[in-house]
Design a protein around this ligand. Structure first.
Ligand SMILES: O=C[C@H](O)COP(=O)(O)O
Length: 396
């Protein structure tokens, strides 16, 4: 399951992160840049204090891409016995040489390469990271005032990163000014962890102190494995992550969430004149969603309309589709992947073929036999091609 990484500056913040339920305590000085390094002596103290309560990681700093400098600093950070050493890879002709420079360290320590979504990351480097024995790679942002991860790496581009890394045996992490509503949008990609700093701090100021309340708030949105026998209130995201659907038994009925007049350029059409270029297509989607509380407070209690838009964008990004009907089915299957969605209507309208819109509207419901049972293990564990690939959706 996706773990939660919390970036902390010192031992006191590490304790707060642990109390709030973080899985990985990440040492970073937020006042010293995106990957500001904490003094090795402090890292060592925190590693000892955290002991076996959580995994630890530490960054090497915003370093110049000079192989000797990278290798020296990575060795020093690794000497603190931290579990993971994070090395930032800023755009440079020497990035590959920097990866090669830590090959020997990678045999002794788990190294994580950090790429930056706002600096035109070169995914070709993944091969070099794997060849040098890196343990994983994460996508973060360099400019913490310049927008969230999804503004630089939109949902339809995330699978290319995650799948390429996974194919090379690299663990994957996503970070970059993530906020609570980003979490349900990123979980469907099954990254190995999501990383946070700003969202854990008072007033979302990453240079302010970590607040336990904020850590708990974020933690509650990332399903965690619970020890057997430990009871829990119904956690629909946890159920979904385990491949279960809750069935129509919430007793609270359903609400409708919708996306209206969502217009995208789409490669669509069966005629030859419709090939080779896009035309504007309007999507209207309404989903009947099981209500889990009459007092919704945060993202745990809602199905985000962002997930619908993310799915449409991703489906459309896959290239030419002949039929509006095919597109509508794919969107419906995507929306029904959320186990709380009982029914969905999807309207797909081509806007450039007639005086008005032409297209199709379909309605699909969750299949009864799949509404309250475990999905087959393979389907439950397989990472999706995109959030809503249709692989797990159930419709009639
Ligand atoms: O490694 C994760 C980062 O510390 C995330 O920091 P941020 O949420 O402020 O971008």
């Amino acid at each position: 399951m996706t773990k939660m990484l919390a970036s902390v500056a010192d031992a006191a913040e590490a304790e707060i992160a642990l109390s709030g339920g973080a899985d990985i305590v990440d040492l970073k000085d937020p006042k010293a840049g995106a990957l500001g390094a904490v003094e090795p002596a402090v890292i060592g103290q925190v590693v000892a204090a955290v002991a076996s309560r959580a995994a630890t990681s530490a960054v090497c700093g915003d370093l110049p891409m000079v192989p000797e400098i990278i290798a020296r600093q990575a060795e020093e950070i690794a000497s603190t016995k931290v579990d993971y050493v994070k090395i930032g890879f800023f755009p440079s002709a020497d990035a590959r040489a920097c990866a090669e420079a830590v090959t020997s360290l990678a045999r002794r320590s788990k190294l994580i390469a950090v790429l930056f979504a706002d600096l035109a990351p070169d995914l070709g480097l993944l091969q070099a990271f794997a060849a040098s024995g890196f343990h994983g790679v994460m996508m973060d942002t360099a400019d913490k005032t310049g927008g969230r991860l999804l503004q630089h790496l939109p949902p339809e581009r995330i699978p290319a990163f995650i799948e390429a890394a996974r194919a090379l045996g690299l663990k994957t992490g996503l970070a970059g000014s993530l906020e609570a509503p980003d979490i349900p949008r990123l979980l469907p990609f099954h990254p190995d962890y999501l990383g946070f700093r700003g969202a854990l701090c008072d007033h979302s100021d990453r240079t302010a102190g970590v607040s336990e309340e904020a850590v708990r708030h974020i933690r509650a949105l990332i399903p965690e494995e619970r020890p057997a026998g430990r009871s829990a209130t119904v956690d629909y995201r946890l159920l979904a992550a385990r491949g279960y659907s809750p069935g129509a038994d919430s007793g609270l009925g359903t609400d409708k969430i919708f996306v209206r007049d969502f217009v995208l350029p789409v490669h669509i059409g069966a005629y030859s004149f419709e090939h080779g270029h896009t035309q504007r297509v309007r999507f209207d989607v309404t989903a009947d969603v099981l209500r889990v509380t009459n007092a919704p407070e945060d993202m745990r209690h809602v199905v985000s309309y962002d997930l619908i838009m993310d799915g449409i964008r991703t489906i459309v990004s896959h290239g030419h589709v002949e039929l509006s009907e095919t597109l509508a089915e794919q969107v419906a299957a995507h929306v029904l992947e959320d186990p709380r969605v009982m029914r969905v209507t999807v309207r797909v309208e081509k806007l450039e073929l007639g005086p008005g819109g032409v297209g199709v509207e379909i309605e699909r419901k969750r299949a009864k036999q799949q509404s309250s049972h475990a999905r087959p293990p393979a389907a439950a564990s397989a990472g999706p091609e995109f959030p809503g690939s249709g692989k797990k959706g159930a419709s009639t």
